[in-house]
Design a protein around this ligand. Sequence first.
Ligand code: FES
Length: 163
Amino acid sequence: MTGRDLLTPDVRAEIDRWVAKYPPFGKRSAVLAALRIVQEKNHGWLSPEALEAVAGYLGLPPVEVEEVASFYSMYERKPVGRHTISVCTNVSCLICGGESILSHIEKRLGIRPGQSTPDGRFYLKPEEECLAACAGAPMMMVDHIYHEHLTPERVDEILDGLP
Ligand code: FES
């Protein structure tokens, strides 16, 4: 998608709502939200055109936007599957079987972390740090929704329930 395609009136309005939360000189503060909004519009990833569009709209040097997009793990820099799966394998989840949950998903989908399924349905994110739901370990996040106390059967139910 070109920058013009991405910055539709609804996308601009949503970015503007975030910009309005900060002081007038603080457009830079809205860059995280703007990247998230544009990423959603661009089917889950930030192309070079998407980064340029955000930089242009916020009046920031492209390199600054690029730095932010490269730093945070919630931004994708290549096309990814429709549903994003993040499996936590940090300490609490590791102790409670997080690695077997991850290997179950890898086997089921036939992909490794950082890859998408060939049909474009799923994207398994590279291994995540603690997602702050340790009491519900082992856990995963699918399309920003937390699923806790997982078993392989529960994982199958969740994945089967997605379009
Ligand atoms: S260690 Fe998995 S959510 Fe904290």
